[in-house]
Design a protein around this ligand. Structure first.
Ligand code: AMP
Length: 272
């Protein structure tokens, strides 16, 4: 049945973007019913103005309706931690897991090098993620300064509660982990995705992860030195049938709502 254009949307996508001096500072978003939008907008503005990277000069809030028939529901990825002694060991472990996911050594090394340089050609952090050919390591996105932003994903209230309980039992219930898991959950549904690599640009947050459809979300407590401001995300794609427009449309426009957490698997030692 086609929805009438007059039918009230059940959910809205609300997105915040903050910048300072023309540079990306922070972004965050939710899917929410209309009666929650006012409080969420206030929380997002507060977040933009109290970002550890500095106070935002420009803050944009966008709100768009989500048509119920375009909403996809899914489960979050499984989660595990690989314990590492320091960020160098973390990078070596992440490199190995990327290869397990099907990324070539060349592409994994290229992504790590690019993230270490800040991602954008001028060495600053990108607003979105870099897209890489999982075999050659070539960059696939059209704008290498901006990258591609995964957007329009969130957890239901039930899934948030369950996830927070499971994370709290492991000392991991913080916004970084919850938001990264939600983002990775959507990225792993992208057509042709092989893996994702991430470490934060927040200087106080050293953890990062590798995610892949086969093994879910694998976090490393250290993937960069404390105080390092450069970070970012790399999404790796299979070169077979890669379709940039389709991938960008999925990541930026399609809506995914996670209705339950994935499994929590026992920690592993990096072991070399
Ligand atoms: P964060 O995990 O928020 O510290 O973000 C680290 C980096 O990941 C940012 O500098 C961006 O390059 C990238 N990033 C953040 N949010 C997104 C997103 N929604 N989609 C794609 N890349 C993102």
């Amino acid at each position: 049945m086609l929805a009438s254009p007059l039918m009230k949307p059940l959910l809205y996508s609300i997105r915040m973007h903050a910048s300072s001096g023309g540079r990306h500072l922070s972004g965050a978003e939710h899917l929410a019913p209309p009666d929650e939008l006012e409080a969420l907008a206030a929380a997002l503005v507060r977040r933009a103005l109290t970002h550890p990277g500095g106070r935002a000069e420009h803050v944009t809030i966008n709100i768009d309706p989500v048509l119920p028939e375009t909403l996809r529901q899914a489960r979050l990825p499984d989660v595990r931690t690989v314990r590492v002694a320091d960020w160098e060991q973390g990078r070596r472990a992440a490199h190995r897991w990327l290869m397990v996911a099907g990324v070539s050594a060349t592409a994994a090394t290229a992504a790590m090098y690019a993230l270490q340089q800040g991602g954008a050609p001028d060495g600053s952090a990108m607003r979105g993620a870099m897209l890489l050919d999982a075999v050659s390591g070539a960059r696939l996105e059209a704008d290498q300064a901006r990258g591609v932003r995964a957007s329009r994903m969130d957890l239901t209230a039930d899934a948030t509660l369950q996830l927070r309980q499971a994370l709290a039992q492991r000392g991991l219930d913080n916004a970084h982990v919850r938001e990264a898991l939600t983002l990775a959950g959507k990225v792993l549904l992208a057509p042709g995705i092989v893996a994702e690599l991430c470490w934060s640009d927040d200087p106080d947050y050293t953890a990062g992860y590798v995610a892949a459809p086969g093994f879910g979300y694998v976090r490393y407590p250290a993937l960069k030195p404390l105080g390092e401001r450069r970070g970012g995300r790399a999404f790796f794609f299979s070169p077979n049938d890669f379709d940039l427009d389709r991938v960008v449309n999925f990541l930026e426009r399609e809506t995914v709502l996670f209705t339950r957490p994935g499994r929590f698997l026992p920690d592993l030692e990096a072991g070399e």
